[in-house]
Design a protein around this ligand. Sequence first.
Ligand code: AMP
Length: 539
Amino acid sequence: MTLAGLMMDRPLLVAPLMQFAAAYHGDTAIVTRSIEGPLHRTTYAETYRRIQQLAHALLTLGVKPGDRVATLAWNTWRHFELYYAVAGIGAVCHTVNPRLPAEQIRFILNHAEDRLVFFDISFAAIAAELQGTIPSVRHFIALTDAAHMPPELVGVPAYEDLLAPQPETFIWPEFDENTAASLCYTSGTTGMPKGVLYSHRSLVLHSYGMMSACGINGRDVALPVVPMFHVNAWGVPYAAPMVGAAQVYAGRALDGASLFDLMDSEGVTCAQGVPTIWMGFIAHMRAVGRKPKNLARVLIGGSAAPPAMVEVFEHEFAVEVNQGWGMTEMAPLGVVNTLKRKFENLSPAEKIALKSKQGHALFNVDLRLLDDEDNEIAHDGTTSGRLQVRGPWIVKAYFKEPDSALTADGWFDTGDIATLDADGYLHITDRAKDIIKSGGEWISSVDLENAVAGHPEIALAAVIGVPHPRWQERPLLVCVAKGDSRPTLAEMNLYLGQKVPKWWLPDALEYVAALPIGPTGKIQKARPREQFKDYRLAG
Ligand code: AMP
């Protein structure tokens, strides 16, 4: 018989994070490049007052515990306020990706049965299109003040007008920590999007996990470039108040020059974003010949960080790279790459190779790799298998889906293929559906794309499998050239031959004008796959 512990049973809730930040880090800044234009400055203390006003406003609008409240918004202080006020009253902050096609947004709002939709004025056209078409929605509210109201919409209140008359203190209800706090739909690259419903407990634990791994602390000025509509901006809006880190939000200006200027003027020390964002940023750093003055670390995730990118950040600009791996279903962080002390003396090239792996599991995220017969495979750094995960901030079922999302023994199958080495470093070699099966062996399209990413003449690359009479499938490399020069297949394979096994070398190379980048910043392979579906390899 075990003995019950005698410690307080306090629920892990989201609102207390901001109560704490206001009390102990009240004058710490939150700076936003506003959608209206100018830089907006506020503090944790002021923001917390407004969060309490917003909580009152939500009740006035009839929001009840469990109701879903949608946002169509960039990263701003107002979006941040919604995160806390909505969850604080026991409702669910449903961040909707405004870059999705209108019919997917409509599907998502209908599926979630949102009560309110808060939208940035740059999404007024989408809001106008949706207004009156979603039966559950009572009000659309423009995230701005009376002076900047979009003309497209009628009968829509301005956010600032809603807040102004409300009292500045609010007594937060206390409820079970497993209550839902936020909702985010998967990006829908395979089938219709599915809702992942994060609990208060999972978000608070994820914040602890995030800090243990990538070390945001009270001396940091953090700029989550990753959108707040994509998996809670990777949890930064919850983790930063927990340690009193200052925050900078980029609004809608995500090009390299705008990000650089904002980071430089606000003294940003760490930033988080997907590789496609960093490409523009690196080009700008190179153009001006320096990094933003205080930038010390970047967290790169969402898709694989190419070694060439890691190298530029670390060697050219002395910015430390931590790669992160995770999923919408994982809140999102499961794995972060930090270099173990025993590897300090590796050569620079060896360090880059190691840092280009996805990294170590965070405590509380269990990883396992299975082969096709569901046997666990060795952690030898070379044998790859299906990656499954388990932990307190990982989905167990999708919103409104009756079935469990887990295997019979309680694991979530990520759909990724990976290796684990003896030091615990995870390396994602592919999505299960993207892996190229050549003569019974697997070729990693991700590793090939990463290798091509370092080529000076290539802007973007996607590798897809095409049918082959002997080997079943062989890699076709689809590239967007940077300028007029187009390396031939032979030239490309000479370059790649130093980086990947010979039998991985692409059998064909095609150039296209563009490769589509999806709503979460990843190259969408569906288009080249469709375009080249009847591709026949020469000979
Ligand atoms: P999403 O739910 O849209 O965030 O997509 C999750 C998927 O993105 C994962 O299952 C991986 O396939 C991919 N992904 C995320 N981070 C990385 C990374 N650092 N390296 C490679 N793939 C990644």
